[in-house]
Design a protein. Structure first.
Length: 195
């Protein structure tokens, strides 16, 4: 019985919600009737709560208002889609894991502060892909010294000697995808138009 009462409560709020949406958009019942194919009297009874909302009535109204059906009925959200990761501080870097499940491929967001001292290259198993969100990233890769700016990406085999950090005295923010077993990222891009 408790579930039935909750459903009735949700349905009772549909009419006022529909009337509010119509008022927000400055529509008359006649204009809404023309857009939905539902009579003005049916729409009026639906808004006043004298007509029980049904899928056949709500779908055309949702299309006319260009809103999801859930918005019309005020459906409760299904679960919380937010990722609640805890940032970790590691060697002057703030690392936020974005991947929830253990597995081959891991995603991270990193904020790297300027570090004193000389960069020290490392090697380890894996493959890394990085995308610069803001700032300038310095990437030492074997004998190459590269600077990437916001919007640029790099990928490399981590068995090559490498180091990355800020390219200047400002922080850099990056997204990193790392595969421990050497998994490569597959970035799909539209081919350039060739004349």
């Amino acid at each position: 019985m408790e579930n039935t009462a909750a459903i009735e409560e949700v349905l009772a709020k549909v009419g006022p919600r529909l009337k509010g949406l119509r008022a927000e958009r400055g529509l008359t019942l006649t204009a809404l009737a023309e857009a939905t194919g539902i009579s003005t009297s049916t729409l009026s009874r639906l808004e006043s709560g004298q007509r029980r909302p049904s899928l056949e009535l709500l779908l055309p109204v949702a299309q006319a208002y260009q809103v999801p059906l859930e918005e019309l009925v005020g459906a409760p959200e299904v679960g919380d889609p937010r990722v609640r990761a805890t940032p970790r501080k590691m060697n002057g870097r703030t690392v936020l894991p974005l991947t929830r499940q253990p597995g081959a491929l891991q995603a991270y967001k990193m904020v790297i502060l300027p570090e004193p001292g000389d960069p020290e290259q490392q090697t380890h198993e894996g493959y890394e892909w990085m995308y610069v969100l803001s700032g300038r990233l310095r990437l030492l890769l074997a004998d190459r010294d590269l600077v990437l700016k916001a919007g640029e990406a790099a990928e490399f085999d981590t068995r090559l000697p490498h180091w990355f950090g800020t390219a200047d005295d400002q922080p850099v923010e990056i997204l990193s995808l790392f595969g421990r077993q050497g998994e490569r990222m597959h970035v799909r891009a539209r081919p350039a138009n060739r004349a």
